[in-house]
Write a protein that binds this ligand. Structure first.
Ligand SMILES: Cc1ncc(COP(=O)(O)O)c(C=O)c1O
Length: 449
């Protein structure tokens, strides 16, 4: 990579973004009352120095306040995997909120049992409870795992992401118990007191940590998706299940992103058998919703424990969790939008996307890799594809990423601002994918000079 050339290209694309987006730039400059000028600090993770402001979004399209329409492969970093405002969800939300009324009334609705049964059909876990975010689903799963095992620690994979969960902010160190993930904000205590860490795809490392006998649960994505996509090697997930059983540790699959693998995520697609499963983002069709599932046996053990306050202030509840609006949106999303047929189409499109990227890389002889997990595709600046989170983290190149994101955005294509992830939704078309293939190839040609 000619760094001077990359630097010049990034400067050119930044200038172009400023020229194209005067209203977004002005709105950002005016946002004096927001912490970091944005509604949420991560919205500053954007190439070009300011975020594009949203005007409208439908299906696989987003339009910004400057009047540019984009093919959206970011899809709210999975929150909009059902497409933006799909009609069945819009109708269900309107009916619940405007016609029937009662978004949140501290009373259950019958939709919840429908959703629970559907989640059981897809993921296999027998009992379900709701949250508003995947972060909370993970937090509550962790609390339950600690309660039922009486063990203090949670094991995660290095460079995982499970939301703002304190226990997950740990990375491996060459020799030793791991260290706080760089940048961890406001850690309550030394993370090695609450957590253990192993590399993804490393069963020996996992066993070494589990052998201490103090791990309540392994919390993991069946494939890492937040440090690029890191796929499991043959036998790895079977080994994780065997080791967790052997050492009396519960297994929690976080399917928030790996849901892209199919209607039942990786758990359904690969016939996995976790004790708990967490999910959020896409299941509400863009309306905040999350859920965690438990095996029947685990649910019974927990409910039999009279000492645990599962009803009042014991730490596994949110007032708005399971509200009628979120549950109605989740039912509509699962019943009508993110169906088996939709996943089949989305997977085929992601394969086409992957082929387009591969062809572009081959044409320019670039030593990058591309990985796919159902409807989700991602390229990394290294080949072969990384085996662990640490290897994948080492391959990141923020300047190159910024250039690609800006080059694509200036030509009407959005990727997730975090790494190079592209996701398909039921409204994505072959033409959308081919547009990316063309623009991506043009970006590579510019880099080659
Ligand atoms: C695997 C995984 N789990 C949990 C979360 C947290 O989701 P939320 O921010 O909606 O709570 C994320 C967010 O990216 C995620 O990727």
């Amino acid at each position: 990579m000619d760094r001077a050339r990359l630097h010049a290209l990034l400067a050119r694309e930044s200038a172009e973004a400023e020229r194209r987006n005067p209203r977004s730039r002005a709105a950002y400059a005016r946002a004096d009352h927001l912490f970091g000028r944005v509604p949420m600090t991560w919205m500053n993770k954007t190439a070009g120095g300011f975020p594009r402001y949203l005007a409208e979004a439908r299906g696989a399209r987003v339009t910004d306040v400057d009047g540019h329409t984009y093919v959206d492969f970011c899809l709210g970093d999975t929150g909009a995997m059902a497409g933006h405002s799909p009609a069945p969800v819009a109708e269900a939300v309107h009916r619940r909120y405007a016609e029937l009324g009662g978004a949140t009334a501290m009373l259950p609705t019958e939709d919840a049992e429908w959703v629970g049964a559907e989640l059981t059909r897809r993921f296999g876990l027998a009992r379900w409870s709701f949250s508003l975010t995947a972060t909370d689903a993970n937090r509550w799963a962790i609390r339950l795992a600690r309660a039922v095992t009486g063990r203090p620690k949670i094991l995660v994979n290095s460079y995982c992401y499970h939301g703002s969960v304190d226990e997950s902010l740990i990375v491996t160190t060459p020799d030793g118990p791991g260290a706080p993930r760089p940048g961890n904000v406001g850690a309550p205590c030394d993370v090695t007191l609450t957590s253990r860490v192993a590399e993804f795809n490393d069963l020996a490392g996992l066993e070494r940590e589990l052998a201490h006998g103090d791990v309540a649960a392994v919390l993991m994505e069946p494939a890492l998706t937040n440090i690029g996509i890191v796929l499991p090697e043959p036998g790895y997930l079977t080994g994780v299940r065997e080791l967790t059983r052997q050492y009396g540790t519960l297994l929690v699959n976080d399917e928030t992103h790996t849901f892209s693998a199919g209607p039942g995520g990786c758990t359904g697609a690969w016939d996995l058998a976790p004790d708990l499963l967490t999910i959020g983002k896409a299941i509400g069709g863009g309306i905040p919703a999350g859920a965690y599932g438990l095996s029947a046996e685990l649910a019974e053990r927990l409910l039999a424990r009279g000492d645990l306050d599962l009803v009042d202030m014991g730490g596994v509840g949110g007032t708005l969790a399971g509200n009628a609006l979120s549950v109605a949106a989740t039912r509509a999303t699962l019943e009508h939008v993110l169906t088996g047929e939709a996943f089949a189409r989305m997977g085929t499109l992601a394969e086409r996307f992957e082929t387009g990227v591969r062809d572009g890389l081959a044409a320019h002889g670039l030593p990058w890799s591309v990985s796919r997990l159902g409807a989700r595709t991602e390229y990394r600046f290294t080949s072969p594809a990384p085996r662990t989170g640490t290897e994948s983290a080492a391959a990141s190149d923020p300047e190159l990423e910024d250039f690609l994101h800006l080059y694509l955005a200036n030509r009407g294509i959005l990727l997730t601002p975090f790494h190079n992830m592209a996701l398909m939704c039921p409204d994505t078309t072959e033409q959308d994918v081919d547009t990316h293939t063309e623009v991506f190839a043009a970006a590579l040609a510019e880099l080659a000079g």
